[in-house]
Design a protein around this ligand. Structure first.
Ligand code: C2E
Ligand code: MG
Ligand code: MG
Ligand code: MG
Length: 276
């Protein structure tokens, strides 16, 4: 009887695995058609400069409208990354961000940077530089309107090639930021060799930010490190006025988070520009 029970357990376990594998396959098959079916959309989260409290830019965050439901990138970007679908999806995101930047540049004389997230497989794809260059020239925007966000994990893989690639991207006029800074394992020795513009402090250091806390020590150190390396520093996940004022007092350049604004649809982001 014990054996039978064990057998049932195995059957249940493997059924569960099959179900999950099948769900994954179904999701992947749907994601494969998401672009041509126009199911992807970009939302834009505003970023605030702390010297004059002005709107300085937006981070473009992708969503998937699947059967009417809005799916968060956390629920499909990993799958896109594993399956390789991130390459066409990443192309779409960059092209769409450029298209929106172009529209805003025609509607207002003010200048905003639009930050675009780049995933590891996308960055390390042999034709990444060519793809970015083509998209930028086709959209006819000034490349300095676009910022690429790459994580520490991305830049620490294949470091020598990455150093060259970052230089090439920057020569083309793009701005480069290290996203989720402090959560990865980037070596400080390499940081000075990477041709970047900005450090983006991860929200995990901001969430419980209080004066004289360990997070405060880390955040202040990152701000000073960035500034001594000639980089600007932005903090993400800022939800309260207290967090913003601490960051301002420590000389942080910019903030992004629910306190200043949630990710907005393109229409609402346009409204945000005119209200700010
Ligand atoms: P991320 O690049 O670190 O983006 C910041 C995430 O934090 C966003 O989640 C944003 O909505 C959320 N956030 C912003 N402010 C606050 C705040 O004040 N409090 C809290 N609790 N959260 C805040 P989202 O949009 O769900 O994106 C999650 C991740 O998915 C992003 O993290 C990024 O790694 C990835 N992602 C989003 N869009 C793309 C894309 O187009 N391409 C790639 N490769 N990855 C993307
Ligand atoms: Mg990001
Ligand atoms: Mg981030
Ligand atoms: Mg993050």
């Amino acid at each position: 009887a014990a054996r039978d029970a064990g057998g049932d357990c195995f059957v249940q376990y493997s059924n569960a695995l099959n179900t999950r594998a099948q769900e994954r396959l179904a999701l992947e098959a749907q994601l494969r058609h998401a672009i041509e079916r126009n199911e992807l959309e970009l939302h834009f989260q505003p970023q605030q400069g702390l010297t004059d409290d002005r709107l300085v830019g937006f981070e473009a965050l992708v969503r998937w409208r699947r059967n009417g439901e809005l799916i968060s990138p956390a629920d499909f970007i990993p799958l896109a990354e594993e399956s390789g679908l991130i390459v066409p999806i990443g192309d779409w995101v960059l092209a769409e961000a450029c298209r929106q930047a172009k529209i805003w540049s025609l509607e207002t004389p003010r200048k905003f940077v639009i930050a675009v997230n780049i995933s590891p497989r996308q960055f390390h794809h042999p034709s990444f530089l060519r793809r970015v260059t083509t998209t930028l020239s086709e959209s006819m925007i000034d490349p300095s309107f676009i910022e690429l966000e790459i994580t520490e994990g991305i830049v620490m893989r294949d470091v020598e090639r990455t150093i060259e690639l970052l230089e090439d991207l920057r020569k083309r006029g793009l701005t480069l930021a290290i996203d989720d800074f402090g959560t990865g394992y980037s070596s400080l020795a390499y940081l000075k060799r990477f041709s970047i513009d900005k450090l983006k402090i991860d929200q995990s250091f901001i969430r419980h930010l209080r004066p004289n806390s360990e997070d405060a020590a880390i955040v202040q150190a990152v701000i000073n490190l960035g500034h001594h390396l000639g980089l600007s520093v932005i903090a993400e996940g800022v939800e309260t006025v207290t967090q913003r004022e601490l960051l301002r007092a420590w000389g942080c350049d910019e903030i992004q988070g629910y306190f200043y604004g949630r990710p907005l649809s393109a229409d609402k982001a346009t409204q945000f520009i005119f209200d700010n």
